[in-house]
Design a protein around this ligand. Structure first.
Ligand SMILES: Nc1ncnc2c1ncn2[C@@H]1O[C@H](COP(=O)(O)OP(=O)(O)OP(=O)(O)O)[C@@H](O)[C@H]1O
Ligand SMILES: [Mg+2]
Length: 585
């Protein structure tokens, strides 16, 4: 059997104290009964016996009171127990001494066997050896014969053997108890770990389902935005053309209104496209602070007097990004913050270079990140809002106050930059949204200049688009710029037209998504024939192929729907400078 550790010794001492508390009253009661039955059983009482019984009783009462008051330290438990055990046989020996009655052998044997009640063998041995000595002297004094000696020794031996055996079984039980406790503790830890793993798994599943739902909504909204852009593009084109031709003011005003409504629609589809991750075309290496520099003056003007705008810039950090798109994302966050504060409070925009460990921010592998945080002191979000905030068209604002596209756009911007987003919010305690973008070490590149000086233009523009109304509308815009337009329904037709009139064509406006031969293929075919300037046009295109064509020398990119001014600026820029001029990317 293994040696008992100090923990077990302490438990034994505590057990001994508890036993004493139970048995002391029993011993006291037995003593009283013994005194009471002395005379009837033929053991005469005298003053000596009464005095010793009184002292014994007093000692036991004192011990019991000390026990009840918790005054006995666990260290003294075994000693006290041995002392209490001694009192009864010593008492009996006194009676032997005084009366010489052999009847006293019965209580003496019971008292000796009660040695088994002690838990510590060494104190049991010491106490019983002392008692036995007194017994031998007493027996010798009153001249009892050897059978009494033998009986006393047997009683003592049985008591001691029982003590040792019982101690062993207690020890074994205690060790089992110990092992069981340890096993239970291990089980508890394992259960807690399993629960945590399950919670992690549940969280991952939730994230996966959320990502899938966002992906599905993204695909849906991109398709919708594509069709809407073509329709809005046509409306804007014809409204523009008619505006130029209308002679009376009322008609021009009406046409302006049509144009404004189409612009509003275009803003919505832009939001949708940004969400569906097909909007970041103009990426370059830029400083994170550049993103803020352009929007801070705008924010200061629009947020209102009672909102304090704080800007804290950390270590400079560069990222590969689309400045306009990121700026718009931060503006959207700030507008939300301002709305959540109902016009009063502090909005803090912070930039920092941070090192993330694996798993620190969901969706961001370990590495260096450019972090931009927007914190407000507004009302915060409840759990339901928090879970759905990035879904397009999810809004808690009244009809006409919010479209629910602000954060969808932020989400799209983060996705298209390979970043991650972290939201910290609690009802009544404000909201902090942190955007993380992979940091780069490349030096920032300057932004592109938007305009070039106007000059009269001439030449033939080949417009390639599968949408007939938009094609005609764009042709009318081009003609109003003083240029000649020729149109093609798809890539194949465009190639045929170009081969016939290659010397006349000054510019090709090329839609990216078309049946038969799409934009990218047509681009390469046209360039194989002649190095003609090509302006890419799309309302829906995966940004990778647009980037590729811009890198391959396309002259620019225009997002559908566009106004005649926007088209004019691009056409002017390209024809004004001629080749080569990769405007973006
Ligand atoms: N900083 C914020 N504090 C509290 N709630 C917010 C915060 N930002 C977003 N929300 C909640 O998330 C919802 C969605 O935000 P989102 O910006 O996408 O749409 P919106 O602000 O309602 O409308 P929009 O931005 O299109 O005008 C909001 O309606 C609002 O309930
Ligand atoms: Mg918003």
């Amino acid at each position: 059997m293994p040696r008992p550790g100090s923990g077990i010794e302490e438990r034994f001492a505590q057990m001994m104290l508890a036993r004493l508390e139970t048995f002391l009253p029993v011993v006291m009661l037995t003593n009283l009964v013994a005194v009471a039955v002395s005379q009837p059983t033929g053991v005469g009482l005298n003053n000596h016996i009464l005095a010793v019984n009184t002292v014994t009783m007093a000692l036991m009462v004192w011990g019991y009171v000390a026990l009840r008051r918790g005054k006995v330290p666990s260290k003294g438990a075994h000693l006290l127990a041995a002392g209490v055990w001694c009192l009864s046989p010593v008492n009996t020996f006194t009676s032997f001494w005084a009366t010489g009655s052999e009847t006293l052998m019965f209580p003496l044997l019971i008292e000796l066997v009660a040695l088994a009640f002690l838990l510590d063998t060494r104190t049991a041995l010491a106490a019983s050896a002392l008692t036995l000595g007194i017994g031998i002297v007493t027996f010798d004094h009153i001249g009892l014969d050897s059978i009494h000696f033998m009986s006393m020794l047997c009683g003592w031996f049985i008591g001691l053997t029982m003590q040792v055996a019982l101690r062993k079984s207690w020890l074994r039980a205690e060790l089992h108890h110990h092992d069981l406790q340890r096993a239970l503790e291990t089980l508890r830890i394992e259960l807690a770990e399993r629960k945590r793993a399950e919670a992690d798994r549940e969280q991952l599943r939730g994230q996966f389902v959320h990502a899938q739902r966002m992906e599905a909504v993204g695909t849906l909204s991109a398709g919708l935005a594509h069709d809407m852009n073509n329709i809005l593009g046509s409306i804007m084109a014809f409204a523009d053309v008619l505006h130029g031709e209308a002679s009376d003011a009322t008609t021009r005003e009406d046409l302006d209104r049509i144009r404004q409504e189409a612009e509003r629609g275009a803003a919505l589809t832009r939001g949708l496209l940004a969400f569906s991750r097909r909007g970041a075309y103009r990426k370059r290496a830029l400083l994170l602070t550049e993103v803020l520099d352009t929007i801070t003056p705008l924010l200061e003007r629009t947020l209102g007097k009672h909102i304090t705008l704080e800007r804290i810039d950390g270590a400079p950090v560069s990222l590969h990004g689309d400045q306009a798109q990121l700026g718009q994302a931060v503006v959207n966050l700030c507008l939300n913050g301002a709305q959540a504060m109902a016009g009063h409070g502090t909005l803090t925009i912070e930039t920092a270079l941070v090192q993330l460990a694996e798993g620190q921010v969901p969706g961001a592998p370990a590495g260096a990140y450019a972090r931009i945080s927007v914190a407000d002191t507004g009302g915060g979000m409840d759990d339901t809002t928090r879970k759905r905030m990035f879904e397009p068209f999810f809004t808690t604002k009244p009809v006409g106050k919010g479209t629910g596209l602000g954060l969808a756009m932020v989400y799209g911007a983060v996705e298209s930059h390979g970043g991650a987003v972290e939201v910290e919010t609690a009802l009544g305690r404000g909201t902090t949204i942190r955007l993380y973008f992979p940091a780069i070490t490349a030096a920032p590149q300057p932004g592109t200049r938007a305009e070039s000086p106007k000059r009269p233009m001439q030449g033939l523009v080949l417009i390639v688009d599968d949408e007939p109304t938009l094609r005609t509308g764009t042709a009318r815009m081009v003609e109003r710029m003083g240029l000649t337009a020729v149109t093609a329904n798809d890539g194949a037709e465009a190639l045929a037209v170009f081969q016939q009139r290659r010397n006349e064509v000054a510019l090709v406006l090329l839609d990216m998504v078309m049946p038969h031969m799409d934009g990218p293929e047509c681009f390469h075919e046209l360039r194989r024939v002649a190095p003609v300037p090509i302006l890419l046009i799309s309302g829906y295109s995966d940004h990778a192929s647009t980037q590729e064509l811009l890198a391959a020398g396309a002259d620019g990119f225009l997002e559908k729907p566009y106004s005649s001014e926007q088209l004019g600026v691009e056409v002017d820029r390209i024809l004004g400078r001629r080749r080569p001029a990769a405007a973006a990317g």
